[in-house]
Design a protein around this ligand. Sequence first.
Ligand code: G6P
Length: 393
Amino acid sequence: VLCEENLFSSKTEKEIHQQRATIESAIRGRVDFETHAVKLGGIQGHLDEICRSSRIYMIAMGTSTHAALATQTILTTLTNKSVSVMQATQFLDMDEPISKSDLCIFISQSGETADSKHALDYCNQAGALTLGITNVVGSSICQNTSCGIHVNAGVEVGVASTKAYTSQYICLVLLGIAIAQAHSITGSRVREMSIEIIDALRELPGKTEEVLNQKAKIRHLAHLIQEKQATIKESTMFNREQSNSLYILGRGFQYAVAREAALKIKEIAYMHAEGLCASELKHGPLAMVQDNFPTILFALKDRYQEHAFNAMNQLVSRGCVPFVFITEGDELELARNFKCKENVPFHIALPKSTPCLQGILAVIPMQLLSLYLAQARGCNVDQPRNLAKSVTV
Ligand code: G6P
């Protein structure tokens, strides 16, 4: 059944395809591309206080936690502060000592997630400065935080969050730049980095479209994963767990992509998927790997690429050739690093962006992959079993 206003078979599919526009609206009116200045109206009055904060906590649940994870490194660099990422429940379980000098950022699509709201109450009682990053205007988290940023992604209906995630990601990066600029860190690496990110943001909507145009390749990848799983099912070398599993590996900025990809695949395709930091392979997960075990590896152009290629060869030497995502122009780099006599692995090249934004261009193919796997397995994409869009109790 196709949604009448569009040729999409589900709201989730439609929301994935809206991301060129939603990414644009997360940026619109907030960035001056000529002067490279960032202005976030909802936090302007609190910017001095934000800059004075000693530590930053990012607190959320589900996909929103991955937006925090994806931007933790760049926020640390841009703000020169210690930045922690915590699930709201983990944060409460730890009785984390919070003080007035802490900035606590609450990321929530709905603004109504009960666990995040409890953690917010805790931070408010401790007198911390609280900042909400939400998609639903007027939600509880908007109302109970000292200041905030709306992600402007429009209503999200699919239970699995897609367009809200990429917009949260952008808002967090913009927040980092706004703090760096308010600190007046001039002539430094941070200033150059902010300019580079802003220039890359200008090109991001167009590159998002380029990624969405690669959907035939992603559909083929879904098919190849299923083919591998079918081979495993017939082989006596493997046990039942291995035949419905998928590893997704990333390092640095791609670790959050791997985690979010695995969550999307579990949520809507009911397939066991694990998002791992590529460096963790040899500390346990490698034991599951044998011939044909399906794995996806991100080896995009950044300072972690060499480590990603190392992980690729660890897999290859166990007979498992991963599907690899690289950056456009890195085809020869992949071939050069592939230590095996066979043909280079099946790979998909993504448009190049500045390292901290590549996670946006890399997560979109993973959203599409989860969708195609779900469709192939006959799952209800918009309303996955046992899940709710917003967990308010
Ligand atoms: C539920 C939804 C997830 C979402 C999470 C956090 O588990 O199924 O898609 O990521 O809640 O929701 P929030 O609205 O706080 O971002």
